[in-house]
Design a protein around this ligand. Structure first.
Ligand SMILES: Nc1nc2c(c(=O)[nH]1)N[C@H]1C(S)=C(S)[C@@H](COP(=O)(O)O)O[C@H]1N2
Ligand SMILES: [Mo]
Length: 420
């Protein structure tokens, strides 16, 4: 049996276990799977079904980034090349996260409770019976672009370039509609809605990824409990069978395999809420503020995407012929204001030209831009800066927003190309 089918078999059993309908996976297979994950750096062997040119940041956890050469080929990112970021190893109890297929389960329960008069459980069948909506939205890790902070001081964590993002279509039921239908009767003291997923740390006292949102956060009005991605059931690695999608919010806020929604007076004590994935309230310099210094008072969660743009073509490795060229790429923000300007420089930022923006139907999606221009023989430094209608824009020097964990990079992209 190939390594890949071993893992797929494991996946089914583990999902059965979680749904309470199957037998336990054999201990021996679990061990085999764990070894395979730890020792292999081939993306397709780590997670069956993914493109084998993905950039692996962490083989044990199956964390991988999409090369821009692949990302730029599709308006909607196919699952085979979508970046993957999970915090817990796809082995043992988490084996079901090792597949890029939809989880092979029939039913799923989401407990809705906490400060509720009538706590209750909503099932996958309940969700499927409700009216479905679709939204195309960027999914992006808060650490996307982290590697570029190293120009000032290296920020620890996966050294992501720009490929920790994707543009996908989500389909499911509006969160507000689910909460209304559940009719749990939240107490007036409920200030936070906390979401938890079925994954957990294999370490005895390991932290669980749990996220809390202000109950009145307007972003929740557009949130959905998604069951489909790109028209198909969401692959397990991307959070199937049910994932909380908050369009415009950084990846970590989009809890996968969601099985619990709690009304609470306080936000979750999970370090994933109180320590990690937070943006410092003031500018900080390396050495002055460290990873350990984050608290609820001096920082806030990485909520909405900072406005950002990326050059898709030409890339440094492309063969460029001197003469007419089209410089193109995508821009996006948190979806709350229209992107009205994309400026492109061919001389490292001295002079700028206006690119043409092709607005997508969804404000949360990539907005494609292009500039027809010419490049003379020689080396050129391309830059791009997007601005939205309320004036939010990108710094030319992205290290200006340096922070110890290297979150929310939004510096003007820089691509050096040589035309021959
Ligand atoms: N339950 C759960 N949800 C999660 C995570 C996780 O580890 N567990 N990782 C988060 C982070 S940090 C990111 S960037 C996105 C990644 O989503 P993707 O793998 O579908 O691209 O999922 C988020 N949701
Ligand atoms: Mo992330």
């Amino acid at each position: 049996m190939s390594r890949k089918s071993d893992l797929t078999g494991m996946t089914r059993r583990e999902f059965g276990k979680i749904a309470g309908v199957g037998a336990l996976g054999a201990a021996l297979s679990t061990t085999t799977a764990r070894m395979a994950f730890a020792s292999s750096a081939n993306p397709a062997e780590i997670i069956g079904g993914v493109n084998d040119t993905m950039i692996v940041h962490n083989a044990k956890l199956g964390v991988m980034e999409t090369p821009l050469q692949l990302l730029r080929e599709h308006e909607i990112t196919p699952k085979e090349i979508m970046y993957i970021r999970n915090h817990f190893p796809p082995a043992g109890k988490q084996a079901w996260m090792a597949t890029n297929d939809a989880p092979a389960i029939k039913e799923w329960n989401i407990r809705i409770g906490g400060l509720a008069v009538r706590p209750r459980t909503i099932t996958l069948s309940d969700l499927k019976s409700m009216e479905q909506v679709k939204v195309v939205a960027v999914m992006q890790c808060a650490g996307n672009g982290r590697s570029y902070f190293a120009a000032k001081a290296k920020a620890p964590g996966g050294q992501w370039k720009h490929g920790g993002m994707a543009n996908v279509e989500w389909e499911g039921v509006p969160l507000r509609a689910v909460l209304a239908r559940a009719n749990v009767g939240p107490s007036p003291d409920a200030r936070w809605l906390t979401a938890n997923g079925a994954d957990e740390s294999p370490a005895p006292k390991g932290a669980d990824l749990i996220k809390s949102y202000h109950v009145e956060d307007p972003a929740l009005d557009n949130a959905i409990l998604a069951m489909k991605m790109n028209g198909e059931p969401i692959p397990a690695v991307h959070g199937g069978p049910v994932r909380l999608i908050i369009p415009g919010y950084y990846g970590n806020m989009n809890v996968k395999f969601v099985n619990e929604l709690l009304y609470e007076t306080e936000q979750s004590p999970s370090p994933f809420q109180s320590k990690a994935y937070r943006a410092v309230n003031r500018p900080v310099e390396p050495g002055e503020f460290s990873v350990k210094d984050y608290n609820l008072g001096n920082s806030k969660p990485t909520y909405g995407f900072k406005i950002m743009s990326v050059i898709f073509a030409p890339l440094a490795e492309d063969k460029v012929k001197a003469g007419p060229v089209t410089i193109r790429g995508v821009a996006w923000n948190d979806g709350t204001a229209r992107i009205v300007s994309v400026k492109v420089s061919k001389d490292g930022g001295k002079t700028w030209d206006d690119a043409t923006i092709k607005h997508a139907d969804s404000p949360y999606a990539w907005q494609q831009w292009s500039l027809d221009t010419t490049l003379e023989k020689g080396t050129h430094t391309l830059r791009v800066i997007a601005t939205d209608e309320i004036g939010r824009t990108q710094p030319l020097d992205g290290t200006a927003t340096w922070n110890p964990k290297g979150y929310e990079w939004n510096g003007a992209d820089l691509v050096t190309v040589t035309a021959t």
